[in-house]
Design a protein around this ligand. Structure first.
Ligand code: URA
Length: 234
């Protein structure tokens, strides 16, 4: 097991309240049977409700201090397509739902208009939408690596429970959290990557597309979305 996986295991068990771990020999002394490897990070029979319960009144990282509401996720729990954003903004923090502000309205339009133009009967409520971090970062700053790591375990559990046909990572933070890649979105967008065998499309974050000089990026984002929609719903 490499250092990153070990760190994930330890923080996962810490969140479950396990603070002491013992090293054991490779083989059980009495039975001489090999010790079984650690279980997967996703608990068995996991559900979105269990994840929400585990998050609880979360104080695992500094973001909890400034939040009004935890923004868990919204949409169809059996969605074939999941959109992952960065973190809640002011509107999301007040309402408790992801992508309800200006960027959210653009995302809704992108999903519904593109689908309709492509002859795919799809509404926003048919997909699932969530973020890398569930609490609003102060001044909407980019989440710090340790905040992403702490909250990332819940995102991975959400993705594992839903097991969509594809994931659409919106912007660099989502791409980094889901794929562990640090390249810019401009380089990654429009291409398929994988998270645990699930295809991942990277595209621009809707907030970036709201800036008036980004018309070209808007067209590209529409192309990326078209690709993802046809892949999932054809
Ligand atoms: N930006 C995000 O990344 N997520 C939201 O929920 C809203 C804006």
């Amino acid at each position: 097991m490499d250092r990153d996986s070990l760190r994930q295991y330890l923080s996962f068990y810490q969140d479950l309240g396990v603070t002491t771990l013992y090293r054991r020999p490779q083989t059980d002394e009495q039975s001489q049977m090999p010790i079984l490897p650690l279980p997967g990070l996703t608990p068995e029979n996991d559900t979105l409700l269990k994840i929400l319960e585990d998050i609880g009144d979360c104080k695992r990282c500094r973001l909890h201090a400034g939040r009004n509401k935890i923004v868990f996720g919204v949409g169809n729990e059996q969605a074939k397509l999941v959109f992952v954003g960065e973190g809640p903004g002011a509107d999301e923090d007040i309402q408790g739902f992801p992508f309800v502000g200006r960027a959210g309205q653009l995302l809704t339009q992108m999903i519904e208009n593109t689908a309709s133009k492509e002859g795919i009967p799809l509404k926003r409520a048919d997909v699932y939408i969530c973020n890398v971090v569930k609490c609003r970062p102060p001044e909407n700053r980019t989440p710090e690596p340790d905040e992403m790591e702490t909250c990332g375990q819940f995102l991975y559990r959400q993705l594992s429970v839903i097991r969509p046909r594809a994931i659409c990572a919106l912007g660099a933070t989502a791409a980094k959290a889901v794929l562990g890649r640090k390249e810019g979105v401009t380089r990654m967008r429009g291409n398929w990557f994988k998270w645990n065998d699930i295809p991942v499309m990277v595209t621009y974050h809707p907030s970036y597309l709201l800036r008036p000089y980004n018309q070209n990026a808007k067209r590209e984002a529409w192309e990326d979305l078209k690709k993802a929609l046809h892949f999932v719903y054809d």
